[in-house]
Design a protein around this ligand. Structure first.
Ligand code: NAP
Length: 302
């Protein structure tokens, strides 16, 4: 069997086009666009490149993008004041604080100060609670899990009654996607098992999975023989396993590998996501979708 590839790069384009069209339409009818602020503290190169990508995407969609750069020496109090300013600004629908923050800043305090109705990352405890309750309570599903669910649905994979096994229990991927897949409703209604480092026989659990979602950060962790023939395999892992020279730019780039041995797994699975080009492109896309949702809700048209 050769699995169907679920390409995040293609699904991203579909979703961004949908958002762009909706933003244009709302702008014509209401004369306003979504506003997103990104707070970047310091000059961490990885943070800068991630923020740059967010800004580029927001610009393409016609959002009002506010880039707020702050020095590495900023205090928790100053960041709290800044967040309060954006919480009160009606033209801002989404507030992002790029992590990591410098050591002297109380990260938890800062993130918890964001108005939950502008927390488009979906990490505020109020939004975690809303996700747990499910249904219409959910305001902003966290972006990577939301991207995973969107990929499964758009690939046409049946989730109702499916055995879903999630490898990993982090707060940003494993726990939220497990919670989302077991909710009552479309794109969910699954029977979910979560495995981790203390699980007794991980292989046995994985072998039962109709949908196997792997987010461990261990290259090649899931062996091909753990995959049920025809299963949908979502590989969230992004592991740097070396460097190579890019054919396009001639510059050194990282060689990325997922948590699943792709070449062998694709001969057994029914669907599979590649790394890179699978789940990766979905995170920023879903961030934009959450910002649009927040904007529509502020206009009373959500
Ligand atoms: P994390 O916080 O390090 O959590 C990893 C989880 O995997 C933990 O729950 C850990 O179990 C489990 N685990 C690790 N090794 C294992 C093993 N040998 N057997 C069973 N379980 C194991 O990682 P994360 O933030 O969720 O990220 C996971 C991967 O996804 C990383 O490669 C990351 O780069 C990638 N990622 C990609 C995106 C994206 O593409 N947009 C977004 C987020 C993350 P314990 O809890 O027992 O320690």
């Amino acid at each position: 069997m050769t699995a169907k590839l679920i390409k995040g790069t293609e699904i991203r384009e579909e979703i961004l086009q949908e958002i762009e069209n909706e933003v244009k339409k709302i702008k014509e009818e209401h004369g306003t666009v979504p506003g997103l602020v990104t707070i970047l503290v310091g000059e961490n190169p990885a943070s800068i490149s991630y923020v740059t990508l967010k800004i580029k995407t927001a610009d393409r969609l016609g959002f009002k993008e506010v880039q707020d750069n702050q020095p590495d020496s900023i205090t928790t109090e100053d960041l709290l004041t800044l967040i309060d300013k954006y919480n009160k600004n009606d033209s801002i629908n989404g507030i992002l604080v790029q992590l990591p923050l410098p050591k002297q800043v109380d990260e938890k305090k800062v993130l918890n100060a964001i108005d939950p109705d502008k927390d488009v990352d979906g990490f505020h405890p109020v939004n975690v609670g809303r996700l747990m309750i499910g249904g219409s309570e959910v305001k902003f599903p966290p972006c990577t899990p939301a991207g995973i669910q969107e990929m499964i649905v758009r690939a046409g994979v049946e989730t109702s009654g499916a055995e879903v096994v999630v490898v990993g229990r982090s707060n940003i991927v494993g726990k939220p996607i497990a919670n989302m897949m077991l909710q009552k409703g479309p794109g969910a209604n699954s029977t979910v098992t979560v495995v981790h480092t203390r699980t007794k026989d991980m292989a046995d659990h994985c072998k039962r999975a109709d949908i196997l979602i792997v987010a461990a950060g261990v290259p090649g962790l899931v062996k091909p023989e753990w995959i049920k023939p025809g299963a949908c395999v979502i590989d969230v892992g992004v592991n740097r396993v070396g460097e190579k020279i890019s054919e396009k730019t001639g510059k050194k780039i990282a060689i990325l590998k997922g948590d699943v041995d792709f070449d062998e797994a694709k001969e057994i699975a029914g669907w599979i996501t590649p790394v890179p080009g699978g789940v990766g492109p979905m995170t920023i896309t879903m961030l934009m979708k959450n910002t649009l949702k927040s904007f529509k809700s502020s206009l009373g048209i959500a």
